[in-house]
Design a protein around this ligand. Sequence first.
Ligand SMILES: NC(=O)c1ccc[n+]([C@@H]2O[C@H](COP(=O)([O-])OP(=O)(O)OC[C@H]3O[C@@H](n4cnc5c(N)ncnc54)[C@H](OP(=O)(O)O)[C@@H]3O)[C@@H](O)[C@H]2O)c1
Length: 246
Amino acid sequence: MQTTTHTQTPTALVFGGSRGIGSAIGRRLAKDGSNVSLTYVSSPDRAIETVAAIEGIGRQALAIKADSANSADIQNAVRQTVDRFGRLDTVVVNAGILRTGDFSSVGLDELDLMLNVNVRGVFLAIQAAAAHLHRGGRIITIGSNTAVRSGHPGASVYSMTKAAVAVMVKGIAVDLAPRGITINNIQPGPIATDMTKDLLDSLSSLIPLQRVGEPDEIAALVSYLASPESGYMTGSSLTIDGGMAL
Ligand SMILES: NC(=O)c1ccc[n+]([C@@H]2O[C@H](COP(=O)([O-])OP(=O)(O)OC[C@H]3O[C@@H](n4cnc5c(N)ncnc54)[C@H](OP(=O)(O)O)[C@@H]3O)[C@@H](O)[C@H]2O)c1
């Protein structure tokens, strides 16, 4: 049983916050002053490490096992966050999966999994969390530059899911605008994480800035979008990829 902490400290919820970009985002939002709730599905050890890092920054953190393919898990993650911290200010929907393969060999199970986590799960997370946000609340999704330039073989389904997120964000931005809540989408190019560890060497040569990105560079943009300074931006997709999609 969790105890509720009613606090003036803002609260951020990061879906998929155990490792990679999501872990960097959780730590950055903690440095910026938020308590952080994060979800994970398969890496409890990495989630615990991220919680410890956030606590080391001096903020409170909560790790919740919640599969973004499961709507009950998503709702439970939001409920646990609000129960524990008493408020919700920033939501980052980062959980995502990459499976590659020529379109002709993509099976139904694989197709459904990608759509469930990368599209349906994003929509349901925003829907569940938005009910608890107030004026000035912030929602940030993590899409991909493949929504703009799907230049690699075998990326049709992944690119489709990330393009869906970019358009979803536009529609939700209009719906949320009267409540003074903004939603924006970040579209990274290749970033050094577990997801891309086998691909980075082949991708670097395609990037005008001639290097892959770091998770902290994505977290820095999240920091801006989560701040009051970004208040006039909503429905946007911001590509951050070393110029790869140009
Ligand atoms: N890395 C890149 O080059 C790159 C480029 C463009 C876009 N992106 C996007 O950025 C996001 C993060 O990518 P990453 O590179 O940090 O990936 P990663 O290292 O593979 O980490 C993925 C994160 O999402 C979580 N996750 C995966 N499936 C989940 C599910 N079904 N339910 C809940 N959480 C789930 C993972 O939790 P567990 O640890 O428990 O598995 C982990 O925290 C993704 O949306 C990805 O598509 C990444």
